[in-house]
Design a protein around this ligand. Structure first.
Ligand code: GLU
Length: 419
């Protein structure tokens, strides 16, 4: 089996772009590794009176284009190499959609579903305190990711604000609306994904109506993308979360499924039954007969083992890192288009940027403003990537990397090496 270490994968993807760009070895060496890495081990009091140690990370990959930005993940499989990869991908993502940030990511090794609300709050406040040496509106601005949500962001915002003695809304994004969150932020990533499906269909001359979509992952990103695509006329013919997977060739009734995307736990799909829907295995979901596949769960889902059997005409990556480089090669040979994560799921960080700007200015926009600006940025980035991919005859991921890596390299070169 090929190397599935996410950081090695991120470095391979970077190396491919660096080779094609003819990047100077000096700048290449800078961009290939994260600038700063913080590991924290900290105790949390549990409800039964005991104390347990937890480990977390915050990695800042590159600071050349501005303060660093990226989510915080709570998951039992978090490790330093995963956080490094996710931080590097954030650098490229922010550069690709041209928002003034570098990339970062954080994570805690924990299954949040095993904690009570009180335990989750204490873990969050202590982790926020441990990494607070790095955070600040002009320094490092976290956001939600897998296993975290608006409530977790509220606790982080409150913790940093208590330390400072005044309220610091712009230290974090993805906050609840009533404390400075942005309208449209919860839906932003899924909205971006749905716009990417629309754009690919348009460029391929395919009608959106009746386009058959399969969605892996039914958290914030997957459930929102599915709902918006259904509104656009697509037919959702398969869904899965960590608990269950379903094939519904005649289309799925999403209203019956979707609840608040702000919930903490997955598992919504467990026990679902509807006429025309069959219970299938998680791996089988990815190979269902469909037009569009949206992996919106975790990394390393499409590998050299299943890439040859994927039937979708195109893949839009809602998750970070769902496709390995080996799978990318197989998909490219088979003519399956992949809209890469750093473009496809950039809607979240784009609206995070809007939230940060609104917080700094204390001037808030209506939802239509947010959605219009999001659409303009992500559709514009798609057009640039598509045009470059056509011109250089390369897959969309490589085109996206060429644009992003060049921008980050240029910023580093313009600033020079200190001292
Ligand atoms: N966690 C999201 C991502 O992977 C959002 C990051 C942000 O908004 O800062 O893009």
């Amino acid at each position: 089996m090929s190397d599935q270490n996410p950081f090695h994968i991120a470095q391979q993807q970077f190396d491919t772009a660096a080779d094609l760009l003819g990047l100077h070895p000096n700048i290449r060496a800078v961009l290939r590794v994260p600038q700063r890495e913080l590991t924290v081990n900290f105790p949390v009091k549990l409800d039964d009176g005991s104390t347990r140690m937890f480990t977390g990370y915050r990695v800042q990959h590159n600071l050349a284009r501005g303060p660093v930005k990226g989510g915080i993940r709570y998951h039992p499989d978090v490790d330093l190499d995963e956080v490094r990869a996710l931080a590097m991908w954030m650098t490229w993502k922010c550069a690709l959609v041209n928002i003034p940030y570098g990339g970062a990511k954080g994570g805690v090794i924990v299954d949040p579903k095993q904690l009570s609300m009180g335990e989750l709050e204490r873990l969050t406040r202590r982790f926020a305190t441990e990494i607070s040496v790095l955070l600040g509106p002009e320094r490092d601005i976290p956001a939600p990711d897998v296993g975290t949500n608006a409530q977790v962001m509220a606790w982080i915002m409150d913790t940093i604000s208590m330390h400072r003695g005044y309220t610091v809304p712009a230290v974090i994004t993805g906050k609840p609306i009533n404390i400075g969150g942005s309208l449209g932020r919860v839906e932003a990533t899924g909205r971006g994904v749905s716009l990417m499906v629309r754009e690919v269909a348009r460029h391929l001359g395919r009608d959106l109506a009746g386009l058959r979509v399969v969605v892996q992952g039914f958290g914030n990103v997957g459930s929102t993308a599915a709902a918006l695509l259904a509104q656009m006329g697509c037919q959702v013919v398969g869904v899965a979360d960590a608990t269950s997977a379903y094939s519904c060739p005649a289309g799925l009734d999403l209203d019956a499924l979707r609840t608040s995307s702000d919930r903490q736990t997955v598992g919504l799909l467990e026990g679902y039954s509807a006429p025309g829907c069959a219970h299938i295995t998680g791996p089988a979901l990815l190979e269902l007969d469909c037009d569009v596949l949206i992996p919106a769960a975790l990394g390393n889902q499409i590998t050299e083992h299943n890439a040859g059997r994927i039937k979708a005409q195109f893949i839009v990556e809602g998750a970070n890192g769902p496709t390995t480089p080996d799978a990318d090669r197989i998909l490219a040979e088979r003519g399956v288009l992949v809209v890469p994560d750093i473009l496809a799921n950039a809607g979240g960080v784009i609206v995070s940027y809007f939230e940060w700007v609104q917080g700094l200015q204390e001037f808030f926009w209506d939802e239509r403003d947010v959605n219009d600006k999001l659409e303009r940025i992500i559709v514009g980035a798609f057009a640039q990537v598509w045009t470059l991919a056509q011109a250089r005859q390369v897959p969309l991921r490589i085109a996206a990397y060429l644009l992003a890596v060049q921008r980050v390299a240029d910023a580093n070169i313009t600033r020079g090496v200190y001292p």
